[in-house]
Ligand binder design. Structure first.
Ligand SMILES: Cc1ncc(COP(=O)(O)O)c(C=O)c1O
Length: 387
C-alpha cells in the first residue's frame, strides 16, 4: 500500500499528540498544568445543556440532519450577526452552519484552490490553515505577522506577482496565537487590496466574544464591500462555552457559500439535530453570561502578565482572546527547547511559537484556560525555573 504524497507536506495536529503525552505524565503521578490547548474550563449554561438534553431525548430527533429544515439555525446565525455586528445576511444564500468552524476552514481550500494555486497564509497562524491548503493541493505563501506591525499583515509587502496569482488570503482577528486585534481601518485596506488583486478574503473570527476593557472586536463583514470579496467564519465554541459541540458558521459571499454547500452535501449530512436545536436556542438566548466570563479571563490575563513582567518576560496585554503571546527569555534556546524544558522541569505545558510558523520562533503561547489560582501556581513554577 502506498499513501498519498500530500501527507508528507504537513504534520498531524500537535494538540492530539501533546494531550496523549500529558495524560501519560499524569498517569506517572505528575501534576501537569496544561496551558496549551485552547479549550477553557467554562461550561455552557444550564439552559443550553437542558435544551440539548431534551432534544436528545426526543425520539424524533435522530434522523439524518437533512430530514429537518436548516432554516431556524440559519436564521438564528443571521440574526446574531445582525444584533452583534449590524451585518444583514440572507439566511438562505449567505449563511451556512458548520460542524465547528474547523469543518469549514478545512473545506474552504477545496472551494477556492486548484492544484498549485497560491494561498496567502499568515505566519504565525492556527495550523489548520497550512494543512488545509496542502491537503487541497495548493501552495502556501507565508505572510509574516511581525511585532512592529502589531501582528497585522503588511499587504503592500506581498510581491505584486504573488498577489496577482493568489486565490485567497487568511486573516484571523482577534488572533490566535498572537492575541492581536484588528480595527475596521485594517479591513478597509484589506478589501481595497483584495479587489485590486482579485483575492478572496477568508476571515476567521472565533474569538469575537472574548474581549476585555470595553473592547468589542469588529467583524470583517461589517465593512463596506466585504461580502463582494469574502466570507467570515465564526463559532459557538468559545463565544458560548461549548467547544465540544462542534457548532460553527460561515457567512458572506454567496458564491463561496454555494460552493461550501456543494462540498458539504458530500462530506457530511449536516449537524446532529439536537445540536441544531441547542445552537439555535443559544444564539437566540441571553448573552449576559459573557460579561462575567470575560471578566474572569481578564483577571487571568492580568495574573499571568503581571507574573511574566516580574520575571522580566516580555508579553503584550491584549484586549481579546484567552491567550498570552510572550517572548522566550534570552539564553533559553529556541521556543521548542524552552517549552519542553519547562514541561520536563516544572510540569507546565505552554506551546512553542515555532509550532505556529517560522515567525512564531522566539515566542510561546499561554492559554488562560484555568482559574487564576492555578495560573498563579503555573507562574510560580516558571519563576522557580527562570526567575
Ligand atoms: C483561530 C481559530 N480558528 C478556528 C478554530 C476552531 O474552532 P471551532 O471549535 O469552531 O472548530 C480555533 C480553535 O481553537 C481557532 O483558534
Amino acid at each position: 500500500m502506498k499513501l498519498a504524497e500530500r501527507l508528507k507536506g504537513f504534520d498531524a495536529y500537535l494538540g492530539t499528540e501533546m494531550n496523549l503525552r500529558l495524560t501519560r505524565m499524569r498517569a506517572e503521578g505528575r501534576d501537569v498544568i496544561n496551558l496549551g490547548l485552547g479549550d477553557p474550563d467554562v461550561q455552557p449554561s444550564e439552559v443550553q445543556r437542558q435544551t440539548l438534553a431534551d432534544a436528545c431525548l426526543d425520539v424524533d430527533s435522530h434522523h439524518y440532519p437533512s430530514f429537518y429544515s436548516p432554516k431556524p439555525l440559519k436564521e438564528a446565525i443571521a440574526n446574531w450577526y445582525g444584533r452583534r455586528f449590524g451585518v444583514a445576511c440572507d439566511p438562505d444564500t449567505e449563511v451556512i452552519p458548520l460542524l465547528g468552524s474547523a469543518d469549514g476552514l478545512f473545506h474552504i481550500h477545496t472551494c477556492l484552490l486548484d492544484v498549485g494555486d497560491i494561498a496567502l497564509v499568515p505566519d504565525p497562524c492556527y495550523p489548520a490553515y497550512v494543512a488545509g491548503v496542502k491537503i487541497a493541493g495548493g501552495r502556501v505563501h507565508s505572510v509574516p505577522l511581525l511585532k512592529q506591525n502589531g501582528f497585522l499583515p503588511d499587504l503592500e509587502a506581498v510581491p505584486a506577482d504573488v498577489a496577482r496569482r493568489a486565490r485567497m488570503i487568511w486573516v484571523n482577528y482577534p488572533n490566535n496565537p498572537t492575541a492581536a486585534v484588528a480595527g475596521e481601518d485594517f479591513y478597509r485596506r484589506l478589501i481595497d487590496w483584495a479587489r485590486r488583486y482579485e483575492v478572496a478574503v477568508i476571515s476567521d473570527n472565533p474569538y469575537s466574544e472574548i474581549c476585555f476593557d470595553g473592547y468589542r472586536p469588529p467583524s470583517f463583514l461589517q465593512v463596506d464591500g466585504a461580502r463582494e470579496v469574502g466570507v467570515e467564519f465564526n463559532s459557538l465554541s468559545k463565544a458560548y462555552n461549548c467547544c465540544g459541540w462542534r457548532t460553527g458558521m460561515l457567512l458572506g459571499n454567496r458564491d463561496i457559500i454555494a460552493a461550501m454547500n456543494k462540498i458539504k452535501s458530500h462530506s457530511d449530512r449536516g449537524m446532529f439535530y439536537p445540536l441544531q436545536v441547542a445552537a439555535t436556542e443559544s444564539l437566540n438566548g441571553p448573552t449576559d453570561f459573557m460579561q462575567a466570563r470575560n471578566r474572569a479571563f481578564q483577571e487571568r490575563r492580568d495574573v499571568v502578565l503581571d507574573a511574566l513582567t516580574a520575571m522580566g518576560v516580555a508579553a503584550h496585554r491584549s484586549d481579546a482572546t484567552f491567550y498570552v503571546w510572550a517572548e522566550v527569555p534570552e539564553g533559553s534556546g529556541t521556543s521548542r527547547d524552552f517549552c519542553f524544558k519547562v514541561l520536563e522541569a516544572v510540569s507546565v505545558w505552554m506551546i512553542p511559537g515555532s509550532m505556529y510558523g517560522a515567525h512564531g520562533e522566539g515566542y510561546f503561547r499561554i492559554a488562560l484556560t484555568h482559574p487564576s489560582a492555578r495560573l498563579a501556581e503555573a507562574m510560580d513554577r516558571l519563576k522557580r525555573l527562570i526567575g
